[in-house]
Structures are given as C-alpha cells and as structure tokens.
Design a protein around this ligand. Sequence first.
Ligand SMILES: Cc1cc2nc3c(=O)[nH]c(=O)nc-3n(C[C@H](O)[C@H](O)[C@H](O)COP(=O)(O)OP(=O)(O)OC[C@H]3O[C@@H](n4cnc5c(N)ncnc54)[C@H](O)[C@@H]3O)c2cc1C
Length: 610
Amino acid sequence: MKASLVIVGAGPRGTGVLERLAANLPALYGDRPLDIHLVDPHPPGGGRIWRHDQSPLLWMNSMAEDVTMFTDETVEQAGPVRPGPTLAEWAGADGQAFLSRQQQGAYLRWVYERSVAALPPAVTVHEHRGTAVRVSGSRDGRQQVWLAGRPAPLLADLVVLTLGHLDAELPPEQAKLAKFAVRHGLTYLPPAFTADSDLGALRPGEPVLVRGFGLAFIDLMVLLTEGRGGTYTTGPDGRLTYRPSGREPVLHVGSRRGVPYHSKIGYPPSGERPPLPRFFGPAQVDELLARPGGISFRRDVWPLIDKELGFAHYHRLFTAHADRTRMAWPDFEEKYAAADPGSAALQALVGAAVPDPADRLDLAALDHPLAGLRHPDAEALQEGLRGYIEADLARRHDPAHSPDLAVFLALLSVYGQLVRLGDRGPWWHGFFSYLASGPPGPRLRQLLALSRAGVVRFLGADTTVTADPRRGLFRAESPSVPGESVTARALVEARLPEPTVAHTRDVLLRSLYAEGAAATPAGLLAVDPADGRILDRAGLPHPRRFALGPHTDARAGGAFSRPGTNAPAFRQNDATARALLTFLRDRAARPGSAGVRRRPGSRRARRGRR
Ligand SMILES: Cc1cc2nc3c(=O)[nH]c(=O)nc-3n(C[C@H](O)[C@H](O)[C@H](O)COP(=O)(O)OP(=O)(O)OC[C@H]3O[C@@H](n4cnc5c(N)ncnc54)[C@H](O)[C@@H]3O)c2cc1C
C-alpha cells in the first residue's frame, strides 16, 4: 500500500511543512511513492486567514520585506536551504510597504504551488476541501482521518495538524452577554477573526461599544469606515481628514490599557545592533529548564526578559546617543550587569546616567500608559488620547529614539528564546504585541482622523462593560473619566478568540484532547519541541501524530518568519518534515511494508498495511 501523509490545515504553516517536505524528500525518501493529502475548507496556501475572499482593504501587519516563506543560511536546520523571494521581492513592492492580506494570500498560494511542483513525480498531492473532525487509529498502526460529511476516512501513516487560529466556545462571561443580547434584542459580537464577523447588524450612526484596542480593532475600524464608503483626504500639512459616507456606526473603544498598540517603527535599523542575546539566551534557558519544581513566568523568566530589553535599550542609547548619557558605556554596562531588574540599585544607576526620563526604559509604565490619569469629561479624554497617539507616532518615526528599535529587536530575540520554554501565557503575548506588533503608522493616522470626525470615541483605561438589565443596554465605564458612562445596543469584542484544547470549536482538536492528548496550563496542545510529535499526558510522544502552530505550545513567535533571523518556525518545520520522511522511509524499508512488493495476503504484507 502506498505511503500516505495527511496534513490537516493548509494555511501558512501547512504550506511551510510542504515546502520542507519538498526540500528534504530527495535525500531522505528518494523516489518512493507517497500520497500527501491536504485537508482544509479554504484553498491551500493562504488558508482561512489569508484567503482571497476577504476585503482588499485589510492589510497585513508586517512590512513586505519582513515576510518570507523561504529558508536561508541563518536557519539552523539539518535540511537543505531552498532560497526564494521575500513577499516584497515576489510582489515587486517597496520593502517597507504594508501589503493587503489578499496579496499575502497570493504569495502563499504561489509558494504552495512551487512546493507542490518541486515534489518528485512519485509523490501525489490530493486537495480535500473539507473539515477534519477526528483522527482514530492505534499508536502503532495506520491512522484514519475523518472528514465532515464523508463516510470513509483518509488513511494515513502519519498525520500533521497545522490547524492555526481556531474558534472558541464562549466562556461564561461572554455567554452571559450573548444571552443578554438575545433577551433584549441587542447585538453582541464575540471574539472572532474580523473578516468572518457579520458586521451588518452595526447600524449607521448608532453607538457601538468595542472592547479591545489591538489589531482586531484596526480591522474592525477599517471595515466599518472605508469599508462602508468613507474616504480620506490629505491636507497640505499631511494631515488626514475623514469624509464619512453616513453609513458608519460610532465606535466607542476601550481596553485595559485604553490606548492602541504602539505604532510600528518607521525607520530602518542603522549602526551597531545590540549584541543579543546577552542576559536571556540559550544558557539561561538551559538553566531554567534544569530547575527542579518547574518555572514561573513572573518569578523566573520575566526578570531575565526585563534585563535583556533594558540592556538592548541602554546599549543603543549609550552607543548612538551618547550626548544624552552621563557615563561611559563600559562603566554603565558593568554596573547594569550587576543590578537586579527593578532594584533600587538599578534605578539609582539609570537616574545618575540618563538625565531625561524619556530616555529611560520603564516597562511597567509602558504597560500602564494611562495609569492615574483622570479627565474631567469625555471630550478632554478624546483630546488627551489624540495627543498621546500623535506623540507615539512622532516618536516611533524619529530615529533619535532608536533605543525603541533596539528594544524591538530584543523582543524578537526573547521570543526566539522562549520557544524552548513552551508557551508562556496570554499576558506575555499581549505585551509583546502591544510593543512589537502594533499597527502601521498610516493606520494610526486614520484613527486620529476618525477621532476628529467623531466616528471613533475613546473610552479610557480599565474599561469595564456591563449589561444594564433595567435599561436593556450595554454600558461601558472607565476610571479615566470618573462618573461618566456610555450605553449602546451593540457590543463588539475586538480580539481573536483564545481557544483552549478543551473549549475550542474545532471538534478534531477537542476529540484529541478528550482521548488523552496533553495540554499546557494555557490550554495549548503539548508537542515534543524536537519534532512536533503530539504528547500524551504521560509525556509520551505519539509516533504518528504531529502538530505545529498557534494551537500548540510550539507557537514559534506566532508571526511570519523574517529573512536572515534563524526563524524558529523554519527550524520546526524542517525538523518535523525530516521526522515524517525518516519515519516513512524506515517503514518502507521494513520487510513487508509499503514500497516492497509482497504476495497479497501474506502475513508480512498485512503487517505493512496496518
Ligand atoms: C487576523 C490575523 C492577522 C495576522 N497578521 C499577521 C501579520 O500581518 N504578520 C505576521 O507575521 N503574522 C500575522 N498573523 C500571525 C500568523 O502569521 C498567522 O496567524 C498565520 O496565518 C499562521 O499560520 P497557520 O497556518 O499556523 O494558521 P492559520 O493561518 O490559521 O491556518 C490554519 C488552517 O487550518 C485550517 N483548519 C483548522 N482546523 C481545521 C480542521 N479541523 N480541518 C481542516 N482544516 C482546518 C484552517 O481553515 C486554516 O486554513 C496574523 C494572525 C491573524 C489571526
């Protein structure tokens, strides 16, 4: 029987695995026959998130030069490098441009087709446009992959689950709000991939409460403004003015921090890069992993991250902007190395060596940008926040603040190190995204124009939303404007769902969990970091089942790989592809297995068919 590999999920990750299969196949598997089945309800390449069928107004959030699907010499992998263009090179676009999700989808589709074409003739790829709902089969036998609405399963020697971003069942608070909405004829949109949400119920001119000020908010903002026919004009001073179409609702947006994510940095790196990793590298990760009794993120990991980010910041400040410091770098560096993060000694050192508070790195203040700020009324808050966003835009486009870029590079470095520690929970992901993965500058300029036009209104920090049963409305309040509240008939949760293996709406993943797959405390599928094999609750890797991507604890940064960065996702994809091919080769080499012809019905042939 021909060897068979089933990949469930044909988005970027599934495509990346296919690219690595094509690269490694000739050396590891030769010209033996193989069926590769790809299962996804969306077309392979872009998959769900990057499908063509979505608004062309939605952008990707990475600069085109920072996105590649191809390995390079920096990637520590056993397999061969197969060079290929970055998104910018492929699209012939300015490297600093933010291309649309549709364009990224076209790039991914092209990578997919190129990978399929690179497979040897004995390999056949079968596309199945459908949803996998269950994997069955014993540990040491062939697996069956069941697709919704199909009576017979796909048979698989090996299964790879690259399921990506999944929907979640509503947690109790959201379920309550949803019920409240039904009871009172209101609109409640729970966390979702915005392109999938039905925004039709958000009516022109009506107030809409929005919880969440990250990238999902930006998508929502775009779809409800330009997406409804509004336009921007640019004044002689470069300032945007929004011309409403009249079909926009009024978005009242709030969140814990109360501000949008920091603008993308708008200048390229220059000069000496911070020598990273310094305080949080492989040696520290080894030491953490060896600790008996496990590790706590806050107690054990965060201080190392804090120190690493601070090191990058001050290294850049002292080497590129020495006129704003009062100490020689070697002196500062030595004292910095000796001081604990957050300690009085560190504060004293920074206080003495860096006179301008704007040049000091204060991660706690960054995490609570509106802490303690109170405004007399909502208008004052609108003005205050517009000022905040303008200042952020100016700073993030001004190379005089290049220590911000050094911190960004350190965040990427830290993310790479954290991969070996498994998932570190939602706070870290949120903090990382807030600092390192905010909207492109043009989106924040649009936000400012929408605020001036009154289409977007800011609610403030620590926004709470409650259901007001007396009036049958949603109500939002924030301590940023004491004593004021906003009521509305619509509430949108502007963030992605956070599914756990137990509460995802993906029945395939839920059934795996019910049948014994292990999960991390954060509810992610636990996999062997060496090759992506799914672990059971005793920590035993499944010989025939693999998983990679955001639904696993090997999330690998959660973003597209950047060229020249030894990207963790590439390393993982290569290791998994090689483990798959090695398994299939060894299986084929066993007497009586696929690839070796036996008389039908012989015992050996039957064993080969398991
Ligand atoms: C809205 C959004 C925007 C993002 N923007 C950026 C960005 O600009 N830059 C960046 O670097 N990163 C971005 N990311 C992060 C990351 O790069 C992408 O999430 C990337 O899409 C992850 O790829 P993936 O293949 O692991 O998951 P996905 O893209 O989610 O693909 C998984 C695929 O699996 C399929 N699937 C799931 N379950 C089943 C099943 N049971 N049966 C069959 N098929 C199934 C889905 O249909 C989907 O096509 C973004 C993420 C999101 C959610």
